[in-house]
Design a protein around this ligand. Structure first.
Ligand SMILES: Cc1cc2nc3c(=O)[nH]c(=O)nc-3n(C[C@H](O)[C@H](O)[C@H](O)COP(=O)(O)OP(=O)(O)OC[C@H]3O[C@@H](n4cnc5c(N)ncnc54)[C@H](O)[C@@H]3O)c2cc1C
Length: 498
């Protein structure tokens, strides 16, 4: 839609919608590349990082495919396909490089505030799963991005790697695990705060919290009028922007639909909420130092793989287990129950019905998850912590993920579990949908936004991008020397030595 409105309360080169890690990352990248551009960040809540990016609303895993088995599927001939794992790891290396640059250039004073070294482990039981894990290990161990991975079926070694998981376990069932020291725990909420703090120190940056974006209309010059409500006083503002990034997390889909751009048609969203058990007993939490990922149960979406996670939040170790999936029609944790119904229209209902028809295993899984009792949750926890006592754990509600549903010529509609950047044809608007691998890959995802929307600026920005991210424009897997350099540099700069 094109607006005839001429009144503009504020005008920016760039408007970022949403105060999560994605907007913060794009804002930091753009300020470093083009310091003279004005940027306005609008967030509906009273602080940044209160939705999915908040430390307790996600698992904080620096997803590098070191431990997540869904990135290494088995082919029909029994060999292991590692291509997705390599891609996810490459993406994480881009984030690591940018974060290391931010630390070295003084933008982020102390890396330990947001990233800490925590070994990543995969853990399975049963002979068949153990055999899969051994073959996965064989396929990865000599790859430069997975250097240092170890495999064991020896209970004594497993006990050394994960004492809490081995305690109280009876002999008999074959167990297997891999362990790699280069894993990380990332506090994406702290990272968001650090990036936004940097932005607020820069000229030409405005942070507008408690401001909800309600509508977007194209203006005559190819930019946008963004209709914003100041939630404190109810005042409506009209904000002009040459470029808009819709980084509203679960709230991105409704705003994308409001742009009316052809690329927004036929897209739907399916919300899946998450819950974790959080350990209340510091003695138990101190007994575990790893992120231990298991195998997903049948029908479970990939992001529901159970894991026992050491967290480092505000310098203190914590312990999470989950996620348990839930269902709510809200697109944001602090959203409205009307979010899902209001997102359904003539253009996407066909795709959504096709997905409902074709994903019965997922539907069954979600119903079973929503209906499960505290005792069932404890039973699932005891697969990982056999000695777990109910009184040591509390249930917490994590963030909402809105999975993308897209039209499909053959099936009518498909449900996607990845992340998708949707851009308008003239590059004046971009929206981020989906949530996996998530915040870990915020930097490469925002580089995708930059490539798609600022192609004409790229030749000018490329030297700075290469200074910040030495592997920019290529991959590390085929450049072992650069790979080793990047590993050593980012480990040192981010203080990730063991
Ligand atoms: C249970 C769970 C576990 C996860 N685990 C991991 C993990 O281990 N590792 C990982 O890398 N990723 C993980 N993720 C994914 C990760 O949390 C997300 O990918 C990431 O936080 C998304 O950031 P964002 O900035 O897009 O959205 P958010 O952090 O959700 O921020 C969206 C922002 O937009 C604002 N907003 C919404 N609508 C409007 C509006 N109309 N106007 C103004 N502001 C608006 C919100 O208030 C919020 O500030 C997990 C997610 C969940 C839910």
């Amino acid at each position: 839609m094109t607006s005839n409105t001429t009144r503009t309360d504020f005008a920016y080169d760039v408007v970022l919608i949403g105060g999560g890690v994605m907007s913060a990352t794009l804002g930091a990248l753009l300020k470093l590349l083009q310091p003279d551009w004005s940027i306005g960040l609008f967030g509906r809540l009273d602080d940044v990082a209160l939705e999915s990016s908040n430390a307790w609303n996600n698992a904080g895993t620096g997803h590098a495919a070191l431990c997540e088995l869904n990135y290494t599927p088995e082919r029909a001939d029994g060999t292991i396909d590692i291509s997705k794992a390599v891609g996810v790891n490459e993406a994480f290396q881009i984030s690591r490089q940018f974060w290391a640059y931010l630390v070295e250039s003084g933008v982020i004073p102390s890396p330990r505030e947001f990233i800490n070294p925590i070994p990543h482990m995969s853990f399975v039981w049963g002979a068949e799963n153990g055999d899969y894990l051994r073959r996965r290990y064989e396929a990865l161990k000599d790859h430069p991005l997975f250097a240092g991975m170890r495999f064991s079926t020896d209970p004594a070694q497993l006990k050394q790697w994960m004492p809490l998981v081995m305690e109280g376990r009876t002999a008999g069932t074959p167990l297997a695990a891999t362990w790699i020291a280069s894993g990380t725990d990332v506090n994406f909420g702290a990272l968001t705060h650090l990036l936004v703090h940097f932005l607020t120190q820069q000229p030409g940056f405005d942070l507008k919290l408690g401001h909800e974006v309600e509508d977007l209309t194209r203006d005559a010059s190819g930019g946008w009028h963004v209709a914003v409500r100041d939630l404190a006083g109810g005042t409506k503002l009209s904000v002009g922007a040459r470029f808009v990034f819709i980084g509203a997390g679960g709230g991105a889909l409704p705003l994308l639909q409001k742009t009316g751009i052809p690329e927004s048609k036929g897209i739907g969203g399916f919300p899946v909420s998450g819950q974790f058990l959080r350990c209340k007993n510091p003695e138990v939490a101190a007994h575990h130092h790893a992120k231990v990922y298991g195998k997903a149960s049948v029908g479970a979406p990939p992001m529901s793989v159970p894991h026992l996670d050491t967290r480092i939040i505000d310098g203190k170790p914590g312990l999470l287990f989950g996620p348990y999936a839930g269902f709510s029609t809200k697109f944001l944790k602090k959203g409205s129950l009307w979010d899902l119904p209001c997102s359904i229209g003539m253009d996407n209902i066909g795709a959504m019905l096709a997905v409902a028809r074709d994903n019965m295993a997922l539907t069954k899984y979600l119903i079973q998850q929503v209906m499960q009792s505290n005792q069932a949750r404890l039973t699932a926890l005891r697969d990982f912590v056999p000695t777990a006592r109910a009184e040591d754990w509390e249930l917490i509600v994590a963030g909402q993920r809105v999975q993308v549903i897209k039209k499909d010529a053959q099936k009518g509609g498909v449900l996607q579990f990845g992340t998708e950047v949707i851009t308008g044809a003239n590059g004046s608007v971009a929206a981020l949908l989906g949530a996996s691998p998530g915040a870990s890959t915020a930097v490469p995802i925002m580089l995708t936004v930059i490539r798609k929307c600022f192609a004409s600026e790229l030749p000018r920005w490329e030297p700075k991008l290469k200074e910040m991210i030495p592997s920019f424009g290529g991959t590390l897997a085929d450049r072992p020397e650069l790979c080793a350099h990047v590993h050593d540099w980012t480990t040192r700069a981010l203080q990730l030595e063991g």
